[in-house]
Structure formats: structure tokens, C-alpha cells
Design a protein around this ligand. Structure first.
Ligand SMILES: [Zn+2]
Length: 391
């Protein structure tokens, strides 16, 4: 019912828009009277459909009526766009195709319609058609070139055509510098295949391109560290891991297995590495607990407890609390141990129910890190939750 009401209001707005547009046209002497009477008829037919709760027929009638007036191109574009946004892409395509067939559109109008049509095709997964229209806009130096590049890159991203995505991305980043983050991920995607086939030199080149696009690309840094470790070059890997901690200390937990391996091969000191990450600002609980684990080899339980407690007092953490319980469990007996076990069960259930990551763009919650948000498709938008957010 609500849908019908919305549609009715929309069609009514359309009819009124047409009516006002027509009045304006008569005022500037564009429209001659015989045309006007045909339009009047169409308008009242449309109104009749609307009153009979037949919004689809009403829409068709109003669109037909609007077609007579070339001044209504912008309105048509807006109508098509609205259809596309509401998921009625077939109708949007029809509106935009009809418009594009008109011979007397200005260059900007024609390009605008072509762009919208390309977006319609993209929305229904007709990537080839969308690609062709967008490439034409880019190659012809359209005033809408930047917008066309944004959509063209989306086509290649959806097709996983990473090489083409980087070619278009390089053009786009010159006009939109903030696209660099996405571009760096395209290079990382390109590096995955040669990495899987043990072609490290090729993979390394792509990852260096990723860092050229975005020097803060943690994913490229992690992949480079892993690549060098795979070749037994632990010092190089250690260098990348140090860079990671200096670039974004919140991503250190993602690198912990690699840091451990580099440390085991003498390329860096595990404790020092974590200490510098912790000193770089409020650390994530994973970093604190990894440091606590390292301390256990040559510190008393009391010292380790104090270290963890000091951090979770500033940044409350259930996992920190569970760690403390585990630390003391073996040193308590009888009723005290039983109570601790019950408490542990409760905390563990709470920890299990918690998400550890959130998309800063759309709020999507995740239990693991995704480089691309599955919901809003933003790259590098998912971040680990920190401090009170996780408590
Ligand atoms: Zn998102």
C-alpha cells in the first residue's frame, strides 16, 4: 500500500512537472497550440490511470507526453535514474535508450544519457555493453570523462580484470587522488596470481606498484614480507614488518605470525618489535597479549598480570580479562578455581559473540579482516575495533 502511495505521488509530481514545463514552453513561444491540446489529452489520460490506481500505465502515459518536449531531457534523465535506483532497471534502460535516439540533444546531454545508460547496464550485470559506452565517453574526451572512468573501473573490478582495472585506475587517480587506496589494492590483486605460481619477481613488481600508488598500503607490505620470507630473506621481511608497525600500529596483530617467523630466524627481536608498536599509541589488545605471552618466559605471573591489567584498565577488554583468568587458573584450587572456571565460561561466551572489525564506511561488522568490505565494496575501510568499542 505504501509502495502504491509512493508511486502515485511520484506520478503526480511527474504530471505536475510536465504541466508546469508545458506552461513555461508556451510562455517562451516554443509550443504551438495544436500540440498543446494533444498533450492535454495525454495528461488527462495519465491522470485517469492514476486515479484508477494504475500507476504503471500512468507513468507510461506521462513519459510519452513528456517526449514531445525537448526541454524535458533533464527530467527524463532524472526519471530514468530514479527507476534504476528503485531496481526497475528495465524501465530505466528504456527511458535512457529512447532519449539517446533523439537527434537534437546537446553534447553534454547526450553524454549524460550515455553515462546513465552505462550505469543501468552495470546494474543488471551487462558489463560488455556498459564497458563499450563508458570507453567511448573516455576516448572521446567527454566532459564527463572522470565520472565515466569511475564507472569503467567498477566494471573491471566486478569482472576481476585487475590488469585493465589498474590501467583505468592510473588515469582516474590523476583526477581523483583519493582513488590511490583502491588502486593499490588492484595491484595487490594482480600480485596474487604470480605469487601462487611462484613467480616472485613478477609479484614483487606489482606490490611495489601498489606501494607507489599508496605508500601506506598495509596489504602490499604484508604480502611483501610474506614473499621475502618464502624466499628465506628474513632480513628483508623484517624491514617490511618494521615499516608496517611504523605505518599503522593497529595492523600489527595481522602481522604477528610473520613477525614471529622473522624473529625465530634472527631478523628482529619479537619483544622489541611489540614494545615499539605498543609505544606508538593505545595498542590493540592482541598486541598487548602477544607481548604478555613473550614476557611469561622470564617474568613472574604477578608482573605479567600487572602488565595486562595496566592496559585493560585504560582500554577495557574481555579478551584481556579472559587472559588474566587463564593466567591465574593454574594457581588457584578448590572453590576458588571452580568460581574462576564459571567466570571464564561467561567471558568466553561474550568474546565469541563479539565482532572484532567494523567498516568505517558502512558499519558492516566482521569477525575477520576483509580488504574489501562485502557490503559497501570499499577498500581498506574495515578496521579492527579498539578499546571501549570491543568491551
Ligand atoms: Zn562497508
Amino acid at each position: 500500500m505504501q509502495e502504491l502511495m509512493f508511486l502515485g505521488l511520484f506520478v503526480l509530481a511527474l504530471g505536475i512537472g510536465w504541466f508546469l514545463g508545458r506552461r513555461e514552453a508556451i510562455k517562451v513561444g516554443f509550443m504551438v497550440q495544436p500540440h498543446g491540446s494533444a498533450l492535454d489529452r495525454q495528461y488527462f489520460i495519465g491522470l485517469n490511470y492514476l486515479l484508477n490506481e494504475q500507476p504503471d500505465e500512468a507513468i507510461e502515459t506521462f513519459i510519452r507526453a513528456l517526449e514531445v518536449n525537448p526541454e524535458t531531457v533533464e527530467t527524463h534523465i532524472a526519471i530514468g535514474k530514479l527507476f534504476c535506483q528503485r531496481g526497475d532497471v528495465e524501465r530505466a534502460i528504456k527511458v535512457h535508450q529512447n532519449l539517446l535516439a533523439r537527434p537534437n540533444l546537446s553534447r553534454l546531454q547526450a553524454d549524460n544519457v550515455q553515462l546513465e545508460l552505462a550505469r543501468d547496464y552495470l546494474a543488471v550485470g551487462m558489463h560488455n555493453r556498459s564497458e563499450r559506452l563508458l570507453e567511448e565517453l573516455v576516448d572521446n574526451g567527454s566532459p564527463l570523462r572522470a565520472e565515466a572512468l569511475v564507472d569503467l573501473v567498477k566494471v573491471y573490478e566486478r569482472e576481476h580484470e585487475w590488469a585493465q582495472a589498474t590501467v583505468v585506475g592510473e588515469k582516474l587517480v590523476r583526477e581523483r587522488p583519493d582513488f590511490a587506496i583502491t588502486l593499490s589494492h588492484y595491484y595487490c590483486e594482480m600480485a596474487r596470481q604470480p605469487l601462487g605460481q611462484q613467480e616472485q619477481a613478477q609479484a614483487r613488481k606489482h606490490l611495489q606498484d601498489a606501494l607507489r600508488a599508496d605508500p601506506g598500503c598495509i596489504r602490499a607490505i604484508l604480502m611483501l614480507a610474506e614473499l621475502e620470507q618464502g624466499l628465506g630473506r628474513y632480513k628483508d621481511a623484517g624491514g617490511w614488518l618494521q615499516r608496517l608497525a611504523g605505518t599503522d600500529a593497529d595492523m600489527v596483530p595481522e602481522a604477528l605470525p610473520l613477525v614471529r617467523r622473522s624473529a625465530d630466524n634472527g631478523a628482529l627481536d619479537f619483544g622489541d618489535y611489540l614494545d615499539s608498536a605498543i609505544a606508538n599509541g593505545p595498542p590493540l589488545i592482541d598486541t598487548v597479549l602477544a607481548r604478555a605471552d613473550e614476557m611469561r618466559a622470564n617474568s613472574s605471573i604477578g608482573d605479567v598480570s600487572r602488565f595486562v591489567l595496566q592496559h585493560i584498565q585504560n582500554q577495557p577488554s574481555l579478551r584481556g580479562l579472559m587472559y588474566l583468568i587463564d593466567l591465574h587458573l593454574d594457581h588457584v584450587e578448590g572453590k576458588g578455581r571452580e568460581n574462576l572456571l564459571i567466570l571464564r565460561g561467561v567471558v568466553e561466551a561474550l568474546v565469541r559473540a563479539k565482532h572484532r572489525y567494523r567498516c568505517t564506511s558502512c558499519g558492516f561488522m566482521a569477525k575477520r579482516l576483509h580488504w574489501q568490505c562485502p557490503t559497501c565494496h570499499g577498500w581498506s575501510t574495515i578496521r579492527p575495533l579498539k578499546g571501549r568499542e570491543t568491551a
